[in-house]
Design a protein around this ligand. Structure first.
Ligand code: SF4
Length: 302
């Protein structure tokens, strides 16, 4: 996962277990793996041959406390789950009861909104509780997937759309390529993910036969930070912003990351110019800020 210390869109972070395996280019500079290596130089929890570690009972009690506090205050804090693992990782070391305990904890804390972000949405239908998949997720469950480029958009979004969650969201971070949220699923159907409309081009009645699907309710975008951060073309962020605006879907621009558009912040710094001529400069995450064309985008689902 990306570094999570300053996420403005969540109030708490909960890790039911620690450990994962890299699955796509967004994982290349996984902050959680680097952290794990620091704490466990000999026996880490990353990769297909490493066992995941369940976190302590004391850690598992924290959401119950947050829920009691939220009930008293009449609020609905957001819990990001998980920053040091992927809840839908199907590794053999994750015992079925870990997952059952997590789902029960989520259902027992209705005053918390749980944001489950995964890079493995293809496992949702298998690993989420059958009652969530068939009858609908509890209202406090938000499910999201990472989309860093078009290939992952096409691969991951159709799986996410098939899960009946009140809020489905995309984390386009680190954004590594242009993303059009008009995706093609594995059956060749074209889906407008932001509008929840699909069409079957092979339908004998013609491609004008449209039908409703699930839709995306929220898009978060951001660049990469840390050593070796890869630059994002500012136009990729603008394209996502404009698609969200056109479809009336909330857009949240989390951060530029290490590299910022020269049109946004002036001054010296290493430059990188994309083939379309757009140029970014490396000035560090905190100086780069989070305005896009001078505007802060803090969109949140209602
Ligand atoms: S899925 Fe997330 S936690 Fe797992 S390796 Fe990739 S970035 Fe890291």
């Amino acid at each position: 996962m990306a570094e999570l210390s300053k996420i403005e869109w969540c109030d708490h972070t909960f890790n039911p277990w620690i450990g994962c395996t890299k699955v796509s280019p967004a994982c290349d500079h996984c902050y959680a793996e680097a952290r794990d290596r620091r704490f466990n130089p000999r026996s880490g929890h990353w990769g297909p041959h490493a066992d995941r570690r369940r976190t302590s009972a004391a850690n598992w009690r924290k959401p119950l406390k947050w829920d009691r506090e939220a009930a008293k205050a009449g609020t609905s804090p957001r819990v990001f789950c998980a920053s040091l693992a992927d809840v839908f990782d199907n590794h053999r070391s994750i015992a079925p009861e870990w997952r059952r305990d997590l789902y029960r904890l989520i259902e027992d804390t209705p005053h918390l909104d749980w944001l489950l972000l995964t890079k493995r949405p293809q496992n949702l239908a298998k690993l989420a509780p059958a009652r969530w998949v068939h009858d609908g997720c509890p209202p406090n469950v938000w499910i999201g997937t990472t989309v860093e480029n078009q290939a992952e958009a096409d691969r991951r979004i159709p799986h996410l759309l098939s899960i009946p969650a009140r809020v489905r969201f995309l984390s386009c971070e680190p954004l590594l390529g242009p993303v059009n949220l008009l995706v093609t699923d594995h059956r060749g159907h074209d889906i407008s993910a932001l509008r929840g409309i699909a069409c079957d081009p092979s339908d004998p009645d013609g491609p004008d036969e449209y039908y409703r699907t699930g839709k995306i309710h929220w898009v978060i975008a951001g660049g990469e930070s840390g050593t070796g951060a890869r630059p994002s073309n500012p136009q990729w962020f603008r394209d996502l912003r404009d698609q969200c605006t056109a479809a009336d879907v909330p857009f949240h621009f989390k951060q530029w990351g290490e590299w910022v558009s020269v049109s946004e912040v002036e001054g010296p710094g290493d430059h990188h110019t994309f083939p379309d001529g757009r140029t970014v400069r490396r000035i560090g995450k905190s100086r780069a800020g989070r305005t896009l064309d001078g505007v802060t985008h803090d969109g949140m689902p209602g």
